[in-house]
Design a protein around this ligand. Structure first.
Ligand SMILES: [Zn+2]
Length: 225
């Protein structure tokens, strides 16, 4: 899964930089059915003046072909009311009329699954915007919310060879199969889904379902098949 990182500038008012430790994932729809209102267009929007005036921001936008990331998952976004903002990562699904919502939804499920692994969020904490504020969002999915959640549940584990638990207090994960491609730090007892193992410069790595990579050295991680 390829995610295009196009972060909101740190100088923007809708990226206050407040640290969060998200334990929920909040699903939204953009409610913008205009032609061309895709992920790229929302990536531009969320960096612009209107999003700052309206005090809105969120972490990811998904359309039928692409995923854009606008904020790091450990920074607050403004998408789900005070409590939801503090506790969750926000995902917007595009509903542009020139897009294929079935494909957007499938891609959204893939992203949710990946974030569940990455952030150790259980399925019971994948929630709608409505959960936090009562807003009719995500409008298309609310009427089929249970089946949306079931699809996430059923998609879990389909391509995994096992899980890996972090034993070290802090450990790098990599965004390429390359020991120099340090991406972010994960912490002890975080658990990730492994899709394959590979050797890089003679040392074993695991590829995670999120598309990131982690050492397979048993000094630092424990593998469970
Ligand atoms: Zn919403």
């Amino acid at each position: 899964m390829n995610i295009i990182q196009d972060l909101i500038p740190t100088s923007n008012s809708n990226r206050p930089g407040t640290s969060i430790d998200p334990t929920f994932i909040t699903v939204h729809e953009t409610a913008n059915t205009s032609n061309g209102a895709n992920a790229e267009s929302h990536a531009r929007y969320v960096k612009g003046a209107d999003a700052q005036n309206r005090q809105v921001s969120w972490h990811y936008t998904v359309d039928d072909t692409e995923i854009y990331q606008h904020l790091p998952t450990n920074e607050i976004g403004w998408h789900a009311g005070a409590t939801g903002n503090r506790q969750s990562v926000g995902i917007e699904l595009c509903v542009n009329s020139d897009g294929n919502f079935t494909a957007t939804r499938a891609r959204g499920i893939e992203l949710v699954r990946s974030l569940m692994n990455q952030l150790n969020v259980p399925l019971s904490r994948v929630v709608s915007h409505q959960h936090w504020t009562g807003k009719n969002c995500p409008a298309n999915l609310l009427s089929v919310w249970d089946s949306f959640i079931n699809e996430i549940a059923n998609s879990e584990g389909s391509d995994s060879i096992g899980t890996v638990r972090v034993l070290a207090s802090e450990l790098w994960v990599y965004n390429q199969p390359d020991w120099n491609a340090r991406h972010q730090i994960v912490r002890r007892d975080e658990v990730f889904t492994v899709v394959r193992e590979l050797f890089v410069n003679g040392s074993k790595m695991y590829e995670l379902r999120s598309g990131l990579f982690i050492t397979a050295n048993t000094q630092f991680v424990q593998f469970n098949s």
